[in-house]
Design a protein around this ligand. Structure first.
Ligand SMILES: [Zn+2]
Length: 47
């Protein structure tokens, strides 16, 4: 049913990727280890 099982952004736990949403531009960073937004360079929340 899901053609891209790795992009489980609807059925997964929102908390695990919510911190990866850039507070500046709103883009979802795909790298869970990222500390900064790859688009605008803003620091991502790390708590
Ligand atoms: Zn950004």
């Amino acid at each position: 049913m899901d053609p891209e099982p790795r992009r489980d952004d609807e059925g997964g736990d929102p908390a695990c990727w919510a911190r990866l949403v850039c507070p500046e531009c709103g883009r979802l960073t795909e790298d869970p280890a990222a500390r900064r937004c790859p688009v605008c360079g803003a620091e991502l929340p790390t708590d």
